[in-house]
Design a protein around this ligand. Structure first.
Ligand code: ARG
Length: 477
């Protein structure tokens, strides 16, 4: 690919005596990935055209023609009638070409008081604010799927674990809701991020603002931002909003990877707690019997690139001198990729969760295995005024006896109980059932069916609010 200084699609040919080397052009071009910013760039162009007219730099007729051409260009972009070519360095270049094709020299007036530096920062903010809501909606759908499964298993006992060792009985509904809480935090992170991202760089020009009588605050309002950037140099240099967005998507990735890992375990032969619906499982090309949890594994695997995107952008930004540097063109692919990957993986996970069959019988059978009720004995002793330290010791001896005899806690004879400690008596058996252990957990946030019902209702309410937020339109059309 070669271009000449006369190439009308270039935005910067004037002071150069020859066209760019092919190697430079190939390195420099970003239109193959930044083309998706086109609708946002056009929204910015409409707002900029109005502010130019307000400043007396476009007359009413020119403004009318400009806005009509921008609308026409937008429709042509949407239908595919207008496409970027290899000659277009980036989305801004391509769209200026489209405008010139429609307006001739009048099209060249739009660039007054504007630079690609404030333009690209604005476009990316608009894109991410818009797509943050798209990602949020998918998060809500996954949280809904988990919540609906949880509702079916409010009373289903399961062996809660620490260190992947059976620890204490929990309800499986509580366990599923433990995967909803991180998603609710992610949603709140997105909304907090959005408030900080709602600052418009437009009007900052290349770095120093403008000598033309523009109105950045008015432009900001038109584009759905809360305000305009207070410092033009920071406005074109700042990519905190990209890094912070990528932190959130990396965090989401980590949450999905933990859920994915559990589903992989739950569906294994060894656990057999969950069976996936055929539509959300995969087979093997050689082993006819296989049913694999590929969605869960891909969810786990995607976290790698989501974390990588954050590291890429932070590393690219580190030590960059103010203001704009071309390094910053590298911010877009990780941001777009994060959005794309989450839009792929979240609906698949939601479908997998909502259609999976939970084997409540197996979970219930596993719940007491591994002496998970030992804490009930210790708590029973505490209620009898035995200091917990001593209660722990006594219960440990009881467990050791059971291990030696290969019997359950409630199978120890009355004599043996008293032999371990004078504090132990047959009454202790009243706490040695999973059902009573779960029912006893009544305090706020506990695993008992009561607090789980409360948690479920609260989560469902919150999700309605998040769905409303995620459905808001931020970028005016
Ligand atoms: N494609 C560029 C980017 O993404 C647009 C801004 C170019 N600005 C410049 N001064 N070369 O960063």
């Amino acid at each position: 690919m070669t271009s000449s200084t006369e190439n009308r699609t270039s935005l910067w040919g004037g002071r150069f005596s020859g066209g760019p080397a092919e190697a430079l052009a190939r390195l420099s071009v970003s239109v193959q990935f930044d083309w998706r910013l086109a609708p946002y760039d056009l929204a910015g162009s409409r707002a900029h055209a109005r502010v130019l007219a307000h400043a007396g730099l476009l007359d009413a007729e020119e403004l009318g023609k400009m806005l009509a051409a921008l609308d026409d260009l937008e429709a042509a972009c949407a239908s595919g009638a207008f496409r970027p070519t290899v000659e277009d360095e980036d989305v801004h270049t391509a769209l200026e070409r489209g405008l010139l094709e429609r307006l001739g020299t009048l099209g060249g007036k739009l660039r007054a008081g504007r630079s690609r530096n404030d333009q690209v920062a604005t476009d990316l903010r608009l894109y991410l604010r818009d797509h943050a809501r798209g990602v949020a909606l998918r998060l809500v759908e996954l949280a809904d799927a988990l919540t609906e499964q949880a509702e079916r298993h409010i009373e289903t006992p399961a062996p809660g674990m620490t260190h992947v060792q059976h620890a204490q009985p929990v309800t499986f509904g509580h366990w599923l809701l433990a995967h909803v809480q991180p998603l609710l935090r992610d949603l709140s992170r997105l909304r907090d991020w959005d408030a900080r991202a709602a600052v418009s760089p437009l009007g900052s020009g290349a770095l120093a603002g403008s000598s033309l009588p523009l109105d950045p605050v008015q432009v900001a309002k038109e584009l759905g931002f809360a305000t305009a950037a207070p410092n033009s140099m920071d406005a074109v240099a700042d990519r905190d909003f990209v890094a912070e967005f990528l932190f959130i998507t990396a965090m989401v990735g980590v949450h999905l990877s933990r859920l994915g890992e559990e589903v992989v375990m739950w569906t294994s032969q060894e656990f057999g707690w969950v069976e996936l619906d055929d539509a959300f499982a995969t087979g093997s090309s050689i082993m006819p019997q296989k049913k694999n949890a590929d969605i869960a594994e891909l969810a786990r695997g995607k976290s790698g690139r989501l974390i990588g995107g954050l590291v890429t952008v932070l590393t690219m930004l580190k030590g960059l001198p103010l203001t704009y540097d071309r390094d910053m063109q590298e911010d877009k692919e990780p941001a777009f990729d994060a959005v794309d990957q989450l839009q792929l993986v979240l609906p698949a996970l939601a479908g997998m969760i909502s259609t999976m069959t939970v084997r409540a019988d197996r979970l219930a059978a596993a719940a007491p295995v591994g002496y998970t009720l030992a804490t009930e004995v210790a708590d029973w002793l505490v209620r009898k005024n035995v200091p917990f330290r001593e209660a722990h010791e006594i219960t440990g001896k009881l467990v050791a006896l059971c291990v030696a005899r290969d019997c359950a806690l409630d199978e120890v004879s009355d004599e043996d109980l008293v032999a371990i400690s004078s504090h132990l008596d047959p009454d202790v058996r009243s706490v040695l059932s999973v059902k009573s252990a779960l029912a006893a957990r009544k305090t706020y946030g506990s695993t008992g069916p009561g607090p789980v019902r409360d948690q479920l209702a609260a989560a469902a309410d919150t999700l309605v609010t998040w769905r409303a937020w995620a459905s808001e339109t931020v970028v005016p059309r």
